[in-house]
Design a protein around this ligand. Structure first.
Ligand code: SF4
Ligand code: SF4
Length: 421
C-alpha cells in the first residue's frame, strides 16, 4: 500500500491510493458548547436532499446525544472496539510529533482503519469496518438527552452537585455530517471506483451511475456517513450542498454559500469554509481565514476521531464540562489545550467566535478593528478583560460580507411595535 502523509496523526500511514489533494478543501468547525439539539440542521438537510421514497431512514446530517446516542447506533464504540481487537492495548498517542509533518496533537502510534491488516478479511481487504444492521439504523435519535450519571450509569443522576472543569452528570450533543475526508475510507473501499473527491473543493461524491450497491463504502466509512437506499439499490451520501458551495444558489449572487445544515443552525454553532491546500496535503498558511485560525493557530477546534486515519475535515470545539478522557478518545490529545483556549479566549479568538452564523456566505478572510475596553473581572482566579472590537468578514471576491462587534448591539423596539414580532 502507498504511504501518505497524515498531519492529524503526526506521521505517514498506509492508504490504498497515492496521495492526491484538491486545490481547496470543504471544511467546517462545530462549537459543541453551543449546540441545543434543536435538529434544525437535520431537518434542513432532510427536506433538501433525502425526502423521497426509499430515503426514510437516511439522515445525512444528524445530531446525537453522547455518549449513548448514535446514528447508526454505537457506530463509534463499534469501530473503536474493532481497532482495539486489531491492536490490543496499543491504540495510543505518544505526544511526540515526528519528522517534518508535525501534528499539533502529537503522534498516533496505533493502527488506523487502513493499517489493521490482521483483522481484514478477503472480503474487506482495504479498510477495517463493519456493516450496521437494519436495527442499528432505525432509531436516529435514540437516547436523546440521556446523561451519564453516578458510576457511569445511564440516567442515574449524581446527587452531589456538579462543577467545572468536569461535571459528574453529563451528556453532550454531537452534530455530524460527512467529513469529506482527505483520505476517504468510502472511496478507498469502493470496488467500482464510483466514489471521487472533487479537485476544486474536496467534496466527496458517489457517482450514482457507477454504483452497484455493494455497500463497501457503508462498511468502510468509520463515521457511517454513506447510506444504502433499498429501492434504487445504490448508496448515497452527503453532497456538501455543492451547488451552494459553487455559488449557484439563487440567493448567493454567484458567491460560495454555506450548506443548508450550516445556514439553518439556530444555536450558531457552525461555520463552514473552503481552505487552500498545498500539494503535500498540508493547509496553505492563511492566517486570517477563520477556519485556518481556529484549527492551526488557536488550536481550539479538533478533528473527530483523528486516529481512524481518514483525515476528516470536520473540526469540533470540545464541550467544556465532559470528562477529559472521553474527549481525548474522541478528539485526540489536543483537548486540554483547546478547552483552555476556549474557556479563556484571547482578544482575537473572542472576535473570531462572533463570526459564526452572521451570514450564509462563506467567509474567506477576517479583519479586526480594535475597540475600547468594556469589561474587566477575575474569573476562576484569572483576570479577564474584554474589548468591544469590531470583526469584519470578507468573501471570496474580497468584498465585505458583514461586520459585527463583541458587545451585541441593543435594539429598542419603538412603542408602536411593542407587542408585535
Ligand atoms: S466521512 Fe465517511 S463518507 Fe464522508 S468522506 Fe469520510 S469516509 Fe467517506
Ligand atoms: S441546528 Fe445547530 S444548534 Fe440546532 S441541533 Fe443543529 S447544530 Fe445543534
Amino acid at each position: 500500500m502507498p504511504k501518505v502523509p497524515n498531519w492529524q496523526i503526526g506521521r505517514e500511514m498506509d492508504y490504498p491510493y497515492p496521495q492526491v489533494f484538491p486545490r481547496r478543501q470543504f471544511a467546517f468547525v462545530f462549537n459543541i458548547n453551543r449546540c441545543i439539539a434543536c435538529q434544525s440542521c437535520t431537518m434542513a438537510c432532510k427536506s433538501t436532499w433525502t425526502f423521497s421514497k426509499g430515503q426514510e431512514q437516511m439522515w445525512w446530517a444528524n445530531v446525537e446525544t453522547k455518549p449513548y446516542g448514535g446514528y447508526p447506533q454505537f457506530w463509534d464504540a463499534k469501530i473503536l472496539d474493532l481497532l482495539e481487537k486489531a491492536n490490543p492495548g496499543n491504540q495510543q498517542w505518544s505526544g511526540k510529533p515526528s519528522g517534518d509533518r508535525k501534528s499539533p496533537y502529537g503522534q498516533f502510534d496505533g493502527k488506523t482503519i487502513f493499517e489493521a491488516q490482521n483483522l481484514l478479511t478477503p472480503d474487506s481487504a482495504r479498510v477495517l469496518g463493519y456493516l450496521p444492521t437494519d436495527e442499528e439504523w432505525n432509531s436516529p435519535n435514540i437516547f436523546e438527552d440521556n446523561p451519564v450519571g453516578k458510576k457511569g450509569v445511564r440516567n442515574e443522576l449524581d446527587k452531589e452537585g456538579t462543577a467545572l472543569p468536569e461535571h459528574k452528570t453529563w451528556f453532550f450533543y454531537l452534530a455530524r455530517i460527512c467529513n469529506h475526508c482527505s483520505y476517504p475510507a468510502c472511496l478507498a473501499a469502493c470496488p467500482r471506483k464510483a466514489i471521487y473527491k472533487r479537485p476544486e473543493d474536496g467534496i466527496v461524491l458517489i457517482d450514482q451511475k457507477e454504483c452497484r450497491g455493494y455497500r463497501k463504502c457503508v462498511e468502510a466509512c468509520p463515521y457511517k456517513k454513506t447510506m444504502y437506499r433499498g429501492n434504487t439499490r445504490v448508496s448515497e451520501k452527503c453532497v456538501g450542498c455543492y451547488p451552494r458551495v459553487e455559488g449557484k444558489d439563487p440567493e448567493s449572487g454567484g458567491q460560495p454559500m454555506e450548506t443548508r445544515c450550516m445556514a439553518a443552525c439556530i444555536g450558531q454553532i457552525r461555520m463552514q469554509g473552503l481552505v487552500k491546500m498545498n500539494n503535500d496535503g498540508s493547509w496553505t498558511e492563511d492566517r486570517y481565514n477563520p477556519l485556518y485560525y481556529m484549527i492551526h493557530v488557536a488550536k481550539v477546534a479538533l478533528p473527530l476521531y483523528p486516529q481512524f486515519g481518514t483525515e476528516p475535515n470536520g473540526y469540533y470545539i470540545p464541550p467544556r464540562w465532559v470528562p477529559r478522557d472521553y474527549l481525548k478518545q474522541m478528539f485526540g490529545p489536543g483537548v486540554d489545550e483547546a478547552i483552555e483556549r476556549y474557556a479563556y479566549p484571547d482578544r482575537e479568538l473572542l472576535a473570531v467566535l462572533q463570526l459564526f452564523r452572521r451570514s450564509n456566505r462563506i467567509i474567506f478572510r477576517y479583519e479586526i478593528k480594535e475597540g475600547p475596553k468594556i469589561y474587566e473581572a477575575t474569573l476562576r482566579g484569572r483576570k479577564v478583560t474584554m474589548y468591544n472590537d469590531t470583526v469584519i468578514a470578507y468573501g471570496q471576491d474580497g468584498k465585505e460580507i458583514f461586520r459585527t462587534q463583541i458587545e451585541e448591539p441593543v435594539h429598542v423596539r419603538p412603542n408602536k411595535h411593542a407587542n408585535s414580532i
